[in-house]
Design a protein around this ligand. Structure first.
Ligand code: RIB
Length: 296
């Protein structure tokens, strides 16, 4: 069984600020850093560091060497990463004094993949392999349809949520990874219990992992519903916390861990990530997570 992550790779330009800037306001930044990121890249690195066999597929531009390097150094297979002319995806991220962020995303190379490229990548994967997707690349509806035809199990993190999601056939999704905002956008409900019951009505065959910020996370499958608290830490930078959770959860789930075990591992990994700066650089190894003494 192999994991294919068709996803974004971004250069994150991170500015430290006192507070997230308001319309019309100018604010001095107290620091700047350039990190590797992108929801796709972060989730691939989390999967690999957690021990899963993961192939990342996607595109980088002329400036993307650092993205390729960090993926291979982290143990991600990079055979299906194509270099094209132009800019890689990049972001401008504000991180405030409480570690909260706001992100402007420029898709760049992530958004010009061709169907020929997608078909070629998918031809290397077969029934019951796993496909992980986020919403920072082009041709998402096509990828979902073609992967479903091949019998891949599709794990989907519809983030950032936008109108493109409505053109995807979400009945083909095996498992959703959503937060409360995305849950509300998909279901029209705000209460977590209502989001879960509406998701069951809309997509009866899919499992749902719903993250609840400070209230932890809940996972609903056909057989059980399981809750997990957060691990208590002082946040420095919350960027990639959700990506770390997703990667570690999927890796543990595919190993055959129980839902509770997978959620505990993922929750602990994401808590460690928020104590560190940057997206990809903040993602811990499996050993660091196993040896950490942080508590719920
Ligand atoms: O989820 C965090 C990521 O979102 C950042 O690394 C940034 O690149 C954006 O894609």
């Amino acid at each position: 069984m192999k994991v294919l992550n068709f996803g974004s790779m971004n250069i994150d330009n991170v500015y430290n600020v006192d507070h997230i800037i308001a319309p019309g306001e100018t604010e001095n930044s107290t620091g700047i850093a350039h990190h590797c990121g992108g929801k796709g890249l972060n989730q691939s690195i989390a999967l690999a560091k957690a021990g899963a066999p993961v192939w990342h597929a996607g595109q980088i531009g002329d400036d993307g060497k650092m993205l390729l390097d960090i993926l291979s150094e982290s143990g991600v297979h990079t055979d299906f990463i194509r270099k094209i002319q132009g800019h890689s995806g990049h972001t401008i991220i504000q991180v405030d004094k409480n570690g909260q962020n706001s992100i402007i995303l420029f898709g760049g190379a992530n958004r010009s993949m061709t169907r020929d490229f997608i078909d070629d990548v998918l031809s290397h994967f077969e029934r019951d392999d796993v496909l992980l997707l986020q919403n920072e690349i082009n041709e998402l509806p096509y990828i979902i349809d073609k992967a479903a035809e091949r019998g891949l199990r599709i794990f989907f993190n519809p983030s950032p949520y936008d109108e493109l999601i409505a053109s995807c056939d979400l009945s083909k999704i095996y498992m959703f990874f959503i937060n409360e905002v995305e849950g509300a956008q998909i279901t029209g409900k705000n209460d977590p219990d209502e989001i879960l019951s509406e998701m069951k009505k809309l997509y009866p065959n899919a499992s749902v992992l719903l993250t609840l910020g400070g209230n932890g996370s809940v996972c609903q499958t056909a057989d059980e519903t399981c809750h997990q608290n957060i691990f208590k830490v002082t946040p420095v930078d919350t960027t990639a916390a959700g990506d770390t959770y997703t990667g570690f959860f999927i890796a543990a789930y595919l190993e055959g861990k129980t839902l509770k075990e997978a959620m505990t591992l993922a929750s602990k990994a994401s808590a460690i990530a928020v104590t560190r700066e940057g997206a990809a650089p903040s993602i811990p190894t499996r050993k660091e997570v196993d040896e950490s003494t942080i508590t719920e």
